[in-house]
Design a protein around this ligand. Structure first.
Ligand SMILES: NC(=O)C1=CN([C@@H]2O[C@H](COP(=O)(O)OP(=O)(O)OC[C@H]3O[C@@H](n4cnc5c(N)ncnc54)[C@H](OP(=O)(O)O)[C@@H]3O)[C@@H](O)[C@H]2O)[C@@H](O)CC1
Ligand SMILES: Cc1cc2nc3c(=O)[nH]c(=O)nc-3n(C[C@H](O)[C@H](O)[C@H](O)COP(=O)(O)O)c2cc1C
Ligand SMILES: Cc1ncc(COP(=O)(O)O)c(C=O)c1O
Ligand SMILES: [K+]
Length: 472
């Protein structure tokens, strides 16, 4: 593979596209019989736009955002998006030349002013947009656009078009993000002249409009996670599922990424010898609590690496279920691959990676089984389904098909339906790794990371932990 990867996203052919009339009708229905207010929909639309941007263009690299807002609701979406982007750590600027005196819009302006977000007139805009901004947010026209753009928007659109053309030699030019419709494009026919703006990202709202079929930029997102079933049914809308609690979903052709160019620059507070706890377990607990407080999902997930007598290592994720001075505990099937390897070679390593904190913790040491009582106690604390699952699963053995697992699961569910205590299989239980090495890694800029390693040392017959700094 030549370093190229297609990232996952929804199949564009399975998504519905709306005509201009349908878009306007849906708008009216949402705000009529379905009880929404325009403020609500605009807030959700603007939030979807801001979260889509944050998914692709990180604030650390694309900080300066110029939101160009038009006279209608598309412009309102831009104002809302700019406010959210401010709170996400971006630096927004607003160009809003044709203001609407309605309270909704004056409120949005006041909110931005209270955040000290600068408002620029068309005359204030720098002659070359490409040097001053990292993101140009096109919130000029939405689905009610018709005809040819009138002043002052005609000139602004020309500058966006010109900037992209004259900038092809520049290393990094700003990206254009269009809300709902690339402004100036025909809502259904798209970029009729072929001379229109060429956004890098399009965030369609509610459902893509027909013109979006002509969008060939790298990032097509759908936002506006508020479509109620009556609308979806009436307009026969096929929309991709939104992941988790996300306000946006990537649709369209998956962007090609150059794996070799994928890298993050870690920016973190420095991590010094003076500030760490003399006891690595206490230090681990401190970092673990910080990972949990930072809202990391499964901060207790760790990679466990083992090797049997053939010396060939293998890794898999397991969940940390306890940690104290005696070591790190996880539970599994003693007859699994890892179980067999540990019976041949009771040494292992554990690895935690807390991505958003730029932290890694590495633990190495000897492994033994926890007491049967400890395993019993933990086993019975698990949800019933997981207890049955552990009985069903002869972990790491070949199964002929998923239905076999389901069949056995159903039989056991039936068998244990009136039983208080589901018996723990003998071959299921915990392991405890007693550390002989713990290393705390804090990512830093230019790959000059902090690495503090603890190893036990005997001083006057007493075991103490020696801390050394390792080169990154
Ligand atoms: N579920 C939904 O539906 C949701 C929709 N939402 C958002 O609403 C958007 C649609 O909003 P919208 O209807 O206000 O229309 P939009 O295009 O922003 O502006 C119309 C303005 O532009 C003007 N104008 C038109 N042509 C022009 C020209 N050639 N040159 C100059 N001006 C021109 C026109 O003036 P007029 O021609 O009427 O005098 C009017 O003032 C939609 O795309 C989405 O972003 C979300 O907020 C929430 C959920
Ligand atoms: C986040 C995560 C946590 C996991 N936790 C455990 C666990 O605590 N115990 C376990 O036996 N398997 C766990 N698994 C499944 C293992 O990664 C692995 O598939 C399984 O234990 C079989 O590994 P083996 O064949 O190398 O023994 C987890 C997987 C993931 C992705
Ligand atoms: C097969 C298996 N066993 C055990 C666990 C440990 O988790 P828990 O005891 O919380 O179910 C996991 C977690 O993913 C797992 O996949
Ligand atoms: K737009």
């Amino acid at each position: 593979m030549a370093g190229r990867l297609e990232s996952c996203s929804s199949d564009p052919s399975s998504v519905s596209y709306l005509t201009q009339r349908e878009a306007a009708e849906i708008d009216e229905e949402l705000m009529g019989p379905l009880g929404f207010s325009v403020d609500q929909l605009m807030e959700l639309a603007g939030l979807s736009v801001a979260t889509s941007i944050a998914e692709v263009y990180k604030a650390s690299e694309y900080k300066r955002v110029l939101a160009i807002c038009g006279p209608g609701n598309n412009g309102g979406d831009g104002l809302v998006a700019a406010r959210h982007l401010f709170h996400f750590g971006y630096k927004p600027y607003i160009c809003y030349p044709k203001r609407t005196p309605k309270p909704l819009y004056t409120g949005l302006v006041t909110q931005l002013e209270s955040l000290r977000v600068p408002f620029l007139s068309v005359e204030d805009l720098p002659p070359d947009l490409s040097t001053e901004y990292d993101i140009l947010l096109d919130a000029v026209f939405g689905f009610s656009f018709h005809g040819a753009a009138r002043p002052p928007f005609d000139d602004i659109l020309r500058r966006l078009i010109g900037m992209r053309k004259s900038d092809q030699t520049n290393k990094k030019s700003p990206v254009i993000v269009s809300i709902d419709i690339p402004s100036g494009w025909h809502v259904e026919e798209g970029d009729i002249s072929g001379e229109g703006i060429k956004p890098d990202m399009l965030v369609s709202l509610t459902a893509p409009k027909l013109c979006a079929k002509q969008f060939h930029g790298p990032h097509h997102f759908l936002g506006g996670r508020f479509v109620p079933p009556p609308i979806a049914e009436k307009y026969n809308l096929r929309l991709p599922p939104y992941p988790g609690a996300s306000m946006c979903v990537h649709i369209g052709k998956a962007p090609q990424v150059d794996i070799s160019a994928m890298r993050e620059n870690y920016i973190s507070p420095e991590f010094h010898e003076e500030e760490v706890d003399a006891d690595p377990i206490k230090q681990f607990c401190k970092w673990f609590e910080e990972a949990v407080a930072a809202g990391l999902r499964e901060a207790n997930a760790m990679a466990l690496s083992t090797a049997g007598k053939d010396g060939k290592p293998s890794s898999r994720m397991v969940l940390l279920k306890g940690v104290d001075e005696d070591g790190f505990v996880w539970y599994t099937n003693y007859e699994s691959q890892k179980g067999c390897q540990l019976s041949e070679n009771p040494w292992a390593s554990l690895l935690f990676y807390w991505e958003s904190l730029n932290r890694q913790v590495r633990v190495e040491g000897s492994v033994e089984k926890v007491s049967n009582e400890e395993s019993e106690k933990y086993f019975h604390s698990r949800p019933h389904g997981s207890q049955i699952g552990a009985i069903v699963s002869k972990q790491s053995s070949i199964v002929p098909g998923r239905q076999v697992l389901h069949q056995q699961y159903r039989e056991l569910e039936e068998k244990f339906s009136n039983v208080n205590l589901i018996p723990k299989p003998e071959h299921w239980g915990g392991y405890r790794l007693k550390p002989e090495l713990i290393e705390f890694w804090q990512g830093q800029q230019s790959r000059l990371h902090d690495r503090l390693q603890y190893r036990p040392q005997e001083i006057d017959g007493r075991q103490v932990w020696k801390i050394v700094r390792l080169a990154p």
